[in-house]
Design a protein around this ligand. Structure first.
Ligand code: SAJ
Length: 440
């Protein structure tokens, strides 16, 4: 199948790189977003998200004339839906007395509704948004069929999950293996033809529901594995073991690869997607549910750790370093770091924060444009995100800019330096109770 023109709906972390990459490969792309601020920002030649290399890719795509930004879709050979699928904030489901989150599919529904009037025979529609199993066949197909055309017969319909890692999106978009699930083999083949335009990784065809499951399995697998790492950090704390040392030793086993503990799991994927499985089959997902509980409660575990170290938090001047959901990204969605700061604030601590990717500050938080300003009168410092620029802080760099001598490291960013020699006491998550870890 040939694709001269495609419409990409949703110009966020996935849609914008995808639209620009197609444009860079000579396809005429209409990028669609319903948020007019995003449309205006992109038309001005600016971008609204931080991702290495993205700005110049978007600029080149727009300058070449191959990428045009609009607020509604139009006729095209193919449509890609890359809109957010968060969960509802204000409603939950219940199973056996336990509450679970529910996927908010309104953006997918609206996108499919917006495409239907423009759908023509022979078109391809691909859903990329992470969705509960059977969304493509049970939710998207019936909406598109309001056009009078039949999915898999008159037009092709497929699900293809994105797998890119924020921070490395542009490379992974091209190099990662890609799964294309069609509602029929012909739809899978049409999807294969579309992504072959730029994907260098293997493209594997399957059915739509398998492709949806694959995506959810990948992120759930990671969530469950981070949960066990977080539980290990709690056990290590109790038994006087350094969890980071123990993990590195266990990982020398040829079939063991334990992930890293931290203040919790954030972002818009791993902390959200496992709920899509719990929601659709709560009777079959006790392990997935428990892992979500462990990872969500890790912020409280870190809060308790800070309280154990500092005693009463009322009036304590604490500086929090890093607010993003993970290292070296500017994304704060579902960030455990932000939640820890809020818990500390609620307990009466006076928390100043520094997020290197957000020097302009953040609403509701006392943020500072520079590291020095955030640390000027601190009594204790808590490292919440292992950003490269924070990880490299040494006793020599910190001493002149802060009176604080108590350091709490939740991400193993500051181990292996002689903090004690410089008068600091370093406490690390997973090493805290019975060891003198200031010398480690
Ligand atoms: N985290 C830990 N310990 C670890 C690894 C991560 O606590 O050992 C935390 C991070 O700090 C962060 C969260 O987990 O808060 C998620 O970070 P991540 O780097 O594991 O994943 P994401 O959400 O940035 O991207 C994931 C990726 N999925 C997998 O690795 C299976 C990515 O490939 C997906 O495309 C993306 O979700 C997505 O969009 O679904």
């Amino acid at each position: 199948m040939k694709f001269n023109k495609i419409c990409v709906l949703g110009l966020g972390y996935i849609g914008l790189p995808t639209a620009s990459t197609f444009a860079a490969n000579g396809v005429h792309v209409v990028g669609v977003d319903t948020d007019l601020r995003i449309v205006e920002t992109l038309r001005r030649g600016e971008i609204h998200i931080h991702e290495p290399g993205l700005r110049s890719l978007v600029e080149a795509a727009i300058e070449s004339g191959n990428l045009r930004v609009e607020s509604s879709p139009e006729e095209a050979d193919a449509f890609i839906i890359a809109v957010p699928t968060p969960f509802f904030r204000d409603k939950t489901g219940e199973y056996n007395g336990e509450t679970h989150k529910l996927a908010d599919m309104r953006a997918v529904t609206s996108a499919a509704e917006a495409i239907a009037p423009h759908l023509r025979k022979g078109n391809l529609v691909v859903l990329e948004s992470t969705s509960p199993p059977r969304t493509t066949v049970d939710l998207v197909a019936p909406i598109l069929e309001r056009s009078g055309l039949k999915a898999g017969v008159d037009f092709h319909l497929a699900y293809s999950p994105e797998r890119v890692l924020p921070g490395q999106i542009l490379r992974e978009l091209i190099d990662n293996a890609r799964v294309i699930g069609g509602v029929t083999p012909g739809s899978a083949q049409a999807g294969y033809d579309l992504y072959s335009i730029f994907v260098r990784g293997e493209i594997v065809k399957t059915d739509a529901t398998t492709a949806e499951m694959v995506k959810l399995m990948e992120n759930t697998y990671r969530d469950v594995n981070i949960a066990i790492a977080n539980e290990f950090s709690r056990l290590a704390d109790r038994f006087g073991v350094d969890v980071w040392e123990a993990i590195s030793l266990a990982n020398r086993h040829p079939r063991v690869k334990i992930l890293s503990p931290g203040p919790g799991v954030g972002g818009h994927c791993i902390s959200v997607d496992p709920w899509f499985l719990v929601e659709t089959a709560p009777d079959l997902t006790p392990l997935i549910y428990a892992s979500r509980q462990v990872n969500d409660s890790q912020t409280h575990y870190v809060f308790d750790l800070v309280q154990r170290i500092l005693g009463s938090l009322k009036g304590k001047k604490i500086t929090a370093l890093g607010l993003a959901y993970k290292p070296d990204v500017d994304d704060l969605r579902e960030s455990p770091a932000v939640e820890v700061v809020q818990l500390l604030q609620d307990a009466g601590a006076l928390v100043k924060a520094f997020e290197p990717f957000k020097p302009a500050g953040l609403p509701g938080l006392d943020t500072f444009p520079t590291l020095g300003e955030s640390l000027a009168d601190a009594e204790a410092v808590i490292l919440l995100v292992n950003h490269s620029s924070l990880k490299e802080l040494s006793p020599e760099k910190l001493k002149p800019i802060t009176p604080a001598r108590i350091l709490i490291d939740t991400v193993n960013g500051w181990g292996g330096r002689d903090w004690a020699g410089a008068g600091f006491t370093l406490h690390r998550l997973g090493v805290s109770e019975h060891r003198d870890n200031s010398k480690r």
